[in-house]
Design a protein. Structure first.
Length: 177
């Protein structure tokens, strides 16, 4: 088996477990302060269209294939690697890569708080409000940068992202609530 694939498949469970733990920990801390954090707008959207039909199959394809491909190309390549490579910093010291990875990861996390279904109908970005996933998404985005840098292959980050989304989607329908 390809060493890049092997690394990605080994990294995926750890990345998933840490991200889920961060999400549940955020929810627990919020509950201690009497704050009820809602689900992400994307989660509500998937729940609304659940049921094995063509619409749901298309949504699953988006979540597992299309969105990871788009997000990895945008966030990991265009916003992270390309500027570093253009500035000659991709191969150098780790500090510039880490600093830009943190910024790009924050943008990635924030992008998950836009309700794109409302944005299409209103032609304006609709902020959904905070939920328990921000830290988890931030960590996940940092891990994606690490996987991409470690393997040197964007497809490894894309595969990890697809597995992450698929696992979350499965858990959404397996776990109660």
């Amino acid at each position: 088996m390809n060493s890049r694939l092997k690394f990605t498949l080994k990294a995926w469970p750890a990345v998933f477990l840490i991200a889920v733990t961060l999400s549940y920990a955020t929810q627990a801390v919020a509950s201690l302060f009497g704050v009820d954090l809602p689900d992400q707008a994307q989660v509500e959207f998937v729940k609304r269209y659940a049921g094995w039909n063509m619409t749901f199959a298309f949504i699953v394809a988006q979540i597992v294939v299309i969105v990871p491909a788009f997000e990895e190309a945008l966030f990991r390549f265009l916003l992270w690697k390309a500027p570093l490579a253009a500035a000659g910093l991709w191969r150098g010291a780790a500090a510039p890569r880490a600093a830009l990875a943190a910024v790009v990861s924050a943008v990635f996390s924030f992008a998950h708080y836009i309700d794109y279904t409302k944005a299409v109908s209103t032609r304006a970005l609709a902020f959904t409000g905070w939920n328990s996933a921000f830290l988890a998404l931030f960590f996940f985005a940092l891990a994606q940068c690490w996987i991409y840098r470690r393997t040197g292959a964007l497809w490894c980050a894309l595969l990890n992202h697809a597995l992450f989304n698929l696992t979350n989607l499965a858990l959404l329908f397996i776990l109660p609530g």
